[in-house]
Design a protein around this ligand. Sequence first.
Ligand code: MSP
Length: 493
Amino acid sequence: MEKENRFYITTAIDYPSGKPHIGHAYEKIIADVIARWQRKRSREVFFLTGTDEHGQKIERYAANADKSPQEFANEMTEKFLDLCQVLNVSNDDFIRTTQKRHIDVAQTIFKKVFDKGDIYKDTYKGFYCVDCESFYLERDLTDGNCLVHGKKVDWMEEEGYFFRMSKYQQKILDHIKANDDFIWPESRRNEVISRLQEPLRDLNVSRSNFTWGIPLPNDKGQVIYVWFDALINYVSGAGYPDSERFKRFWPAAVHLVGKDILWFHTVVWPAILMAADIELPQSVCVHGFINLKGEKISKSTGSMVDPIELAKKYGTDSLRYFLMREISFGEDGNFSEDALIRRINSDLANDLGNLVHRTLTMIEKYFQGSVPEIKTDKLKCIKAYVLAAGLTEAVDKEISVYNFSQALAKIWEAINAANKLVEETKPWNLSKEGKIDELGVFIFVMSYVIDKVRENIDCFMPQTAVKIVQQFQPGKIKKDKPLFPRIQDDKLN
Ligand code: MSP
């Protein structure tokens, strides 16, 4: 899955047409968990995210806000940068398609494909959805609306340049069939294979009735179609063609994207790369959509659940935990503040927070603040110990197949077993009865479980892992306030 010991992961680059919403946050968190997990496995990681700033959509939103497209994109991009910071996303770079480093590469690749004869001039007649920045045929629409946004599409007739995508159809199909891992999950792979049974139409890769884009290298009266421009970020962001970084990291191990942009990443992008003689990425990994009360996120509902506000109000790690636990990766899921609060109170405050706090309290009370070192065969008979001992292996197995929710469930099995051990052991009685050896075994197991939990939640909840380390100093513990304060839940629906 990776190039030698190197691992390049990307997210989609977001349209800064408005503030980031919870769907954007979700994608960044998944990529961050994968990146942190790969680093933990001693892979050299390059993690790229960014913003997709050109096109008619941004131009329109900017006009509505009475701003120039660049001014508008600058302002909104600030919020995506904030999002990465607030969510503790460990991206190594942030590419903006308005940066010179990107514009140069987009033009170079366009020219390369043009010079090869794979781009030709023709007239485009058809429909266009500005929100998707996609061309549609009549049969793709219902009642004249695009299926993704449910909005009326525009009729478009313009002279443009077409990319001979059809030439690569068979090659792409062969590649997908020969590489099981190229598209994940399998259902998405089958979807693409089935769509590729129909003849592929050439793609209009330039626009001429607006100006907010990268000028064509061979025709300054046109701009490069925003998707052709945007996809190239994955190579421009790594320093195509000559940088050391590009040579080290390309091809990317994972392009992480949402289901709505599957086609662009598994058909259009491979065609561009083949035409430009660049190696294909190793995999495109597709996540589902987050809905709000079962409904698609819209402009008005999206801003009501602002992920930056949520992280500030409930804690970054709590939000990260919730999204990775609650939603089965690859499927759609729901976000609600009530469900978030419930998870915080039960899984984080009650289970994990309580485990850490009560263990610290007992280490202080019974062992003057330092955990006894215990070596005994008895450990193998204690469920919490056995679960913790096998935890890293079990969690790695789940993460390696993107079962994040299951990975967390495994961690919580160990947490719950340790909490149960307290009730079963009744350490307060052992202490009264002077059974210090048994008490020692018990407290050793509790600390051991916490250490293994800490090790494995690290990529999901990095700040919490650090807080646990700070409280369990070798030799002497340093008890602090509980990790997760309970949230008043009397107002829950
Ligand atoms: N700019 C394009 C991507 C270009 S990549 C070369 C774009 N931008 S977007 O802002 O609309 O979406 C960015 C990412 O967020 C996409 O992967 C998209 O699928 C994802 N999501 C957008 N809404 C989402 C949800 N409601 N839920 C989960 N992810 C969602 O598409």
